[in-house]
Design a protein around this ligand. Structure first.
Ligand SMILES: C[S@@+](CC[C@H](N)C(=O)[O-])C[C@H]1O[C@@H](n2cnc3c(N)ncnc32)[C@H](O)[C@@H]1O
Length: 205
């Protein structure tokens, strides 16, 4: 089920079935050079300046994983959908990247720790976002950060998580929380948008 022209999909969707068409959306596949450049620029400002280990939780087809890898980071991607994981593996073939099938809320990464946990358009679909945030925080190395890209999509029957709810969930976890509004930047979406879209960079104290 698709919510609107963003291809944003509510919980219960068959992500395996979506995998083949997922990259058709400009901000998913990043096929347009301008859209790709816009995401690359934002991502490099959100991720640590030095190359590090990035966990892409709910990585989908790996579009942001690829940008992170191109910026020198080692990427571990986790997605529940085997079809998404297969596409991510193909997209990052030959890169310093590993993709695992598993739950984004409890990634199967053992004792590995990360300099950044990157999550785009996934948190709002999870049954217990607060619990997922607490777990991701535990997966960070000292000095690590959470990079969360979320929003509220659609106007008739909006879905998603508003920035103020997400920052409230982060309050007990993060020392520094920066919210960046993304709605005004059409180059990220390939068109003008008027709903709420944002990124949060949260650095636990
Ligand atoms: C809207 S897509 C976003 C994909 C990617 N983060 C991106 O921004 O291009 C949501 C992805 O989250 C995955 N997903 C949803 N719930 C999940 C869960 N509990 N564990 C792992 N992956 C999940 C889906 O399979 C899908 O690939």
């Amino acid at each position: 089920m698709t919510n609107d022209s963003d291809g944003t999909t509510p919980p219960g969707v068959d992500w395996d079935a979506q995998a083949a068409v997922f990259d058709d959306e400009p901000d998913h596949g990043l096929r347009d050079a301008g859209v790709r450049r816009a995401w690359a620029r934002r991502l490099s400002s959100w991720l640590p300046a030095r190359p590090g280990d990035v966990l892409d939780a709910g990585c989908g087809t790996g579009s942001l994983s690829l940008l992170a890898a191109e910026q020198g980071h080692r990427v571990t991607g986790v997605d529940r959908s085997p079809a998404m994981v297969e596409r991510a593996r193909a997209k990052l073939a030959g890169r310093d990247a590993v993709f695992l099938t598993g739950d984004a809320a409890a990634p199967p990464v053992g004792q590995q720790r990360f300099d950044a946990v990157l999550v785009r358009h996934v948190l709002w679909t999870l049954p217990d976002p607060g619990r997922a945030l607490r777990h991701w925080r535990e997966l960070l190395r000292p000095g690590g950060r959470l990079v969360l890209v979320e929003g509220v999509w659609g106007t008739v029957a909006p879905v998603g998580i508003p920035a103020d709810r997400l920052t409230a969930l982060l309050t007990p976890l993060a020392g520094r929380v920066r919210v960046e509004r993304l709605s005004d930047d059409a180059s990220l979406w390939g068109r003008e948008v008027d709903d709420e879209r944002y990124a949060v960079v949260a650095e636990p104290a």
